[in-house]
Design a protein around this ligand. Sequence first.
Ligand code: FRU
Length: 480
Amino acid sequence: MLPTKVFIFILICYRATADVNDRYYPRYHLAPPYGWMNDPNGFSEYRNEYHLFYQFNPNSSLVPGIAHWGHAKSKDLFRWEHLPIAMYPDQWYDKGGVFSGSAIVENDKLYLYYTGNVNNPDQYPDHQQHQVLAISTNGINVTKQVINPIINGTEYQPDFRDPKVWKYGKTYYMVLGNSFHDNDTNSTLGRALLYTSKDKTQWNFASILDESDGSLGYMWECPDFFELDGRFVLLFSPQGIQPSGYKYRNLYQTGYIVGNFDYKTNMFTPITEFVELDHGHDFYATQTILDKAKRRILIAWMDMWDQNYVEAEDGFTGQMTMPRVLSLDKNNRLIQRPVKEIASLRGRTRFSGRARAGAVIRLRDKAAEIHIKSSPNNDLDILIESSNASNSVLISYNYQRGLVTLNRGGKDGVRRTKWRPESDKLHLKAYIDASSIELFFGNGEVTFSSRFFPTGAVKVRIGGSNDVESITVFDLQRTI
Ligand code: FRU
């Protein structure tokens, strides 16, 4: 006889595979087994496995609902195993949602910090948010602590959320997103608050790391703060930035400010402007960890609020980007490179060599890694072609204008940014999955992450009139 819990778990997994239609379900990106996924949460390494939790609605793929924490683990960041739901909205302080948060690992325990959301529809403000701690001693079962909430944010309501925690020396640090009323401009502005603790449960306000002057929106979601190559990076997802030229075209953005930080005074001194981190349509609510190999790995929700993508009909919504390693270059730009583990997914080399204009390479099962090398002095047009033209993606480099473009067609299909190759060749890596594309230009200094929904067989077509000096297309194996 199977214990009841195991039986129910098997039933849930069966239901997941039985319900989700495969046509757009990712082959190698983490997506929910069913239901709705948004932000990555509690990204951590525990007992030699990566754990990733996420905002999850098990009850519907059509709406975010009341957030739970979904949970998966992996040894290599691609072969994910779904685990039982880690947290339900079952306490007075999180009954309106187990909102986003992060994890630290200490003494073989997983400490999960998150925001408990409480909705009060008939009052002002209509919701309240407090910070909460839960602990797992086996990487599966999670216990919410009796002392919760650990930070009662009465003076920072209603938007006070998304704790990201780390340890430095003997002190624990937590960065939080908040919005405040600015009396000078009579407006609501976003900011990042820093808290410190000596024991992981008692927290004190330490400083305001940075705040919007009006140009950076009304709320900063999912802040992250870390040291990288000698500087500090404040990474966050501001809401309320207006589009400007090629920039800020999505509903909400994700970007970063680089600066210096003094652990004695807790003061952050920015040395750059805010820079958008990705130029595609679907990149939000990032979270990073420093793994045991000392890599700063980033993962983002590869989706955007209010999109209503067609996959919802198939029983799931949302997926994560592929994990990327971050570094900072000498111009204080964040560089993103796919983690090296992606190479372990490579199957057959479908094509390798020079490709004439007009050449077509057919992909297997919509999952491929493409490496391109071409002349920096020629235009480049690569079409990722689906049986339906409106579900294809055109990638192009315009040499005259120094511009790269991703066009997924349809309304608001174009995203572009200024970029010129910084070496003697144009290098591009593209990753295609059943409903996504990720582009890494050059060294990873420009990326695009977008969803698209190809139907039928997917092909790579060399457009324009120039040959491509070298193109290699690898099949990527299905891992999920
Ligand atoms: C970001 C976000 C977070 C919040 C969570 C709720 O996408 O709005 O600020 O914690 O999603 O699901």
